[in-house]
Design a protein around this ligand. Structure first.
Ligand code: FAD
Length: 406
């Protein structure tokens, strides 16, 4: 891609820093964290020091004060070497922090955003429930008004950072009689990280001064196909006491807020999928240039030329979709359709490229410890998280066909 279409000199300098960090700090630990399914606390401490937990937020709120494209660069570059590190930044920033920046009161912003942006706590987002996945309007978690607070009962499943995080943006039904997507409210809920020891050791992810909500806890960690170093668990509310001061935006208006948050989240996930695809292509170029069969590097065979040429062409197309959607958002233009297209195309591309990458690595590609094997597993999650590929197609079709798409 001709970088100057989207990036200025400051973007390119920033990208160089992130690229160096990804190669020097993240790449060496990616396989180990994937193998033992451990959360990369040491890297989180390093990312905190670099300001990567608050890239797009104003400096007055503790962020780096950079633009949205810079934030997308971080996800893209980290994902080239490890999707789990990239989703940590993405889930924390877009899902866990941006709703407070976008819909919070001044007090909510001042209370939560500096802590999140500085990495003193990790954030997350709780929408999915056992009976409300693609159909998020089916939310069953109930919030009952008790004067100065709400009491929440229910649970959210597959929540990124449910264990390690301390601040969550969650939905609950406040009006049980309202029609489906109405009567849902967004709340900021807090709890202690499940890993206070590790968080304290790296100086990130735990803030004892932040008041926590009684009755909020995480359950057992999911063992997953991909993104294995990312923390995914159920977030449980058992008579959870959430102060009214933690209602985010208007009561009964939470569904719209969550959908808007997911639109932006999809650009981040698209950048993550693009990074996986590009990382896999880089591995293929390296491997096919050194692996010899029939007396020559396998990269000298025409069948391999065609494969890498197709990968590179599709990666170029996905790059434009991703950065175009990011540019639309950054410049305040509508981006819903383009975000869904970027997410759909890049995540299906990541699956195609990584599958082909494993093929080009032969038997080696089927063994654990080979980056492309991990990348193929990581790519699959991109077709499911933050709205499945089918849901992206519905979002795109709805933009074209309006109410004909239910
Ligand atoms: C690793 C990981 C991390 C996650 N992190 C979070 C998080 O932080 N916060 C959060 O809230 N959620 C999170 N999720 C949940 C994720 O958003 C959901 O898994 C996803 O939206 C799909 O919901 P579901 O799993 O209930 O699948 P279902 O909705 O049950 O879908 C099953 C299948 O049916 C298809 N389908 C459903 N409806 C339709 C339709 N109308 N037309 C055509 N096909 C349809 C789907 O596309 C899919 O193929 C995470 C999931 C994973 C795997």
């Amino acid at each position: 891609m001709h970088d100057e279409r989207y990036f200025g000199d400051a973007h390119l300098r920033f990208r160089k820093t992130i690229r160096a960090f990804a190669h020097e700090v993240v790449r060496p630990v990616a396989q180990r964290h994937d193998a033992d399914e451990s959360f990369p606390w040491d890297s989180v401490g390093r990312m905190k020091d670099l300001g990567l937990l608050g890239v797009p937020w104003p400096t007055a709120l503790g962020g780096l004060g950079l633009d949205y494209l810079s934030y997308i660069i971080v996800i893209h570059e980290l994902a080239k070497v490890d999707a789990s590190h990239a989703i940590t930044i993405s889930a924390h920033t877009t899902l866990g922090t941006s709703p407070i920046v976008d819909y919070g009161t001044d007090v909510q912003r001042e209370t939560f955003v500096p802590r999140l942006a500085a990495g003193r706590v990790l954030g997350g987002f709780g929408l999915t429930e056992p009976e409300a996945g693609s159909d998020a309007g089916g939310t069953k978690t109930r919030a009952v008004d008790r004067g100065d607070h709400y009491v929440l009962n229910g649970s959210k499943i597959f929540i990124t950072h449910a264990g390690v995080g301390e601040v969550f943006i969650v939905t609950a039904r406040t009006d049980p009689h309202a029609h489906r997507t109405r009567g849902i409210t967004t709340f900021i809920v807090t709890k202690d990280t499940c890993d206070i020891g590790a968080a304290s050791r790296v100086g990130a992810g735990h803030d004892a001064t932040l008041p926590k909500c009684a009755g909020v806890r995480s359950a057992k960690k999911e063992a997953k196909l991909g993104w294995r170093a990312s923390d995914t668990r159920e977030l449980v509310f058992q008579d959870a006491v959430v102060p009214k001061a933690n209602v985010l935006g208007r009561v009964d208006d939470g569904f719209r807020q969550m959908l808007n948050t997911l639109d932006a989240g999809r650009i981040g996930l698209a950048a993550l999928a693009l990074g996986i695809a590009e990382g896999a292509l880089e591995e293929c170029v390296r491997y096919t240039s050194s692996r010899r069969q029939f007396g020559a590097p396998i990269a000298s065979f025409q069948g391999v030329h065609f494969a890498v040429a197709d990968m590179a062409m599709e990666i170029e197309a996905a790059t434009h979709l991703v950065y175009h959607a990011a540019w639309l958002k950054q410049t305040g233009r509508p981006f819903k359709r383009e975000a869904a297209m970027a997410k759909l195309y890049a995540s299906e591309l990541a699956m195609r490229v990584t599958t082909k990458a494993v093929q080009l690595h032969g038997g080696v590609g089927c063994t654990t410890g080979t980056p492309v094997e991990r990348m193929m597993r990581d790519a699959k999650i991109c077709e499911i998280g933050e709205g499945t590929s089918e849901i992206q197609r519905i979002v795109i079709a709805r933009q074209l066909l309006g109410d004909l798409v239910s």
